[in-house]
Design a protein around this ligand. Structure first.
Ligand code: TPP
Ligand code: MG
Length: 535
């Protein structure tokens, strides 16, 4: 007979989970120990929010749901940001917390608030484990976290229940419901549209990665010579050095000036797992489905209202594309060469041809990082520029928060990725304010003994916000701050630290850092207003 905590831990282990992150309190000790005893390593972090991003980093490398453990009350409150991020960024995250037993909650107030009420709007489900139902609840939590559009599921574990032996479990029935388009008038119409298209475009989104159908999408694009735009999360679905790859889009109005004319000129837009949660305002209603045929394959019914489509198929994106192309011969594609011209124009607009500056930093690190390397990037001006300049040779090689766009994610994402894939080189890019938000995690990084490289863009400014402030004609307020000696901070916390203001110094720092057995911070100083006119 197993306790509730043991059943929970076994269920998570069987789902492939091998790492959990967080900060315990007295209320979750039983759960933490049960996780470790089941073979799920527990990693102590300095903040629950960062712990959640480390869990996400592991998920991107292993495919298994992330696990975040926190105590009741303040632990829950500290984790709200990363849970919201998992919701917006479609990350299967199991958030485990303790709670006082129902009978106690009636007459006890210390640290007690309604966890479910706080987390309800930012989770797919919030469950409280119940006597005799633990096994089925864990199975349900995992199914909800991973199906359709993945996301966070909160499991509250009553203190009294965690260590209590449970009786025989009920059978758990959770059938897989993924669908493919059935033969019928819609599929026939879709095939006809594909057969007649002369200027087709494909827009790939994060659900392609979630469903693991990158190869199907890439061969579809190659076989029909269809140019591919991706969201930032889907960068690399088609290796970005291929001629059909038009790079990532979503946050850069400058990139849109080159991409929107293609959308306007296209006679068939194929949406593959395109979830517009990553896209800025300019991507609201980017096409008129009355004028342009749009066929979409998505994981979940579209209720976002961001764009229309002529035909929407919900279910298995790879099987959908395979059914679509069945019996359709590849025809002419863009005889005017417009996509290649747009690709050249984009490369010119986001050129790294400068001796020093933010694009030179991105370019230099890209050259130093091997093709199997993983980069993460924080929120801010540096991220928008990097997402346009950085070329991904494969999917999930650039990790970032693209739905919530929160600061403070790049360092912990990189830590989780490195922990789960220790043989792959990992670089985290961050703004100075974003890194200052998570400096405590350098102590976690020291304890984990992970050799990763952190490149910080030092501009003593919330550059993205400062730029918006100036563009709005407002006076300078609340966006500037002092210069931190990040190299010294790194050394104080057990890492290496170097300052770089030339390509040579940066390259040497990255090469040495990737070979080191502890972390390295490279403080790359850039000019104030370095991003003006660049995205
Ligand atoms: C948690 C959080 N707070 C505030 C913001 C709003 N915001 C977006 S970018 C940014 C500036 C970040 O500054 P820094 O990390 O130095 O990057 P830079 O823009 O200078 O490249 C801010 C404040 C956010 N996205 N997330
Ligand atoms: Mg900055």
């Amino acid at each position: 007979m197993k306790t509730a905590a043991e059943i929970l831990a076994r269920g998570l282990y069987d789902a492939g989970c091998r790492h959990a992150f967080g900060i315990p309190g007295g209320e979750v000790l039983t759960v933490m120990h049960a996780l470790a005893d089941a073979g799920i390593a527990f990693h102590l972090t300095r903040h629950e929010n960062a712990a959640g991003f480390m869990a996400e980093g592991v998920y991107h490398m292993t495919g298994a749901p992330g696990i975040l453990l926190a105590t009741l009350g303040p632990g829950v409150a500290n984790a709200v940001n990363v849970v919201a991020n998992a919701h917006q960024d479609r990350v299967p995250l199991i958030f485990l917390t303790g709670c006082v037993d129902a009978a106690d909650a009636a007459g006890y107030t210390h640290q007690v608030f309604d966890h479910g009420a706080v987390l309800g709007p930012v989770t797919k489900a919030a469950l409280t484990l119940a006597e005799g139902e633990v096994e089925s609840q864990v199975a349900k939590a995992l199914a909800i976290a991973t199906e359709g559009q993945p996301g966070p599921v909160h499991i509250d574990i009553p203190i009294g229940l965690a260590g209590k032996t449970q009786g025989a479990a009920r059978p758990v029935d959770l059938p897989d419901t993924i669908a493919v388009p059935a033969a019928g008038p819609e599929l026939t119409r879709a095939r006809d549209l594909l057969a007649r298209a002369r200027r087709p475009l494909l827009i790939a989104g994060l659900e392609v990665l979630v469903q693991g159908v990158e190869a199907t999408v890439a061969s579809f694009a190659r076989d029909f010579a269809i140019p591919v735009i991706t969201t930032y999360k889907a960068k690399g679905v088609l290796p970005e050095d291929e001629p059909l790859a038009l790079g990532g889009a979503g946050l850069s109005p400058l990139a849109d000036t080159h991409l929107m004319p293609l959308i306007e000129a296209s006679d068939l837009i194929l949406l593959a797992g395109y979830d517009p949660i990553e896209m800025r305002h300019g991507w609201r209603h980017p096409w008129d489905p009355e004028k342009t045929a749009v066929i979409e394959f998505v994981a979940a019914p579209t209720t976002h209202g961001m764009h229309g489509a002529s035909l929407t198929f919900v279910g298995d994106i790879g099987a959908g594309l395979t059914a679509l192309r069945d019996g359709v011969a590849a025809g002419e594609s863009w005889s005017n060469g417009a996509p290649l011209a747009a690709r050249d124009a984009l490369r010119g607009a986001f050129s790294a041809d400068e001796a020093w500056g933010p694009a030179a930093i991105v370019d230099e690190v890209r050259r130093a990082l091997p093709a199997d390397g993983i980069a993460t990037v924080d929120s801010g001006a540096h991220r928008i520029l990097l997402s346009q300049v950085w070329r991904c040779p494969a999917p999930r090689t650039l990790l970032q928060s693209t739905g919530l766009c929160t600061m403070g994610c790049a360092l912990p994402l990189a830590m989780g990725a490195k922990l789960a894939a220790p043989d792959r080189p990992v670089v985290a890019f961050s703004g100075d304010a974003g890194l200052e938000m998570v400096l405590g995690e350098l102590a976690t990084l020291r304890d984990l003994r992970l050799g990763l490289v952190i490149v910080v863009f030092v501009d003593a400014s919330l550059a993205l916000i400062e730029l918006k402030q100036r563009q709005a004609g407002l006076r300078n307020l609340g966006v500037d701050f002092g210069v931190t000696d990040f190299a010294a901070v790194a050394r104080a916390l057990g890492g290496h630290g170097v300052a770089a203001d030339t390509r040579e110094a940066l390259r040497a720092g990255v090469v040495e850092g990737l070979a080191a057995d502890t972390f390295t911070i490279i403080a790359a100083s850039i000019d104030r207003h370095a991003y003006d006119g660049r995205f």
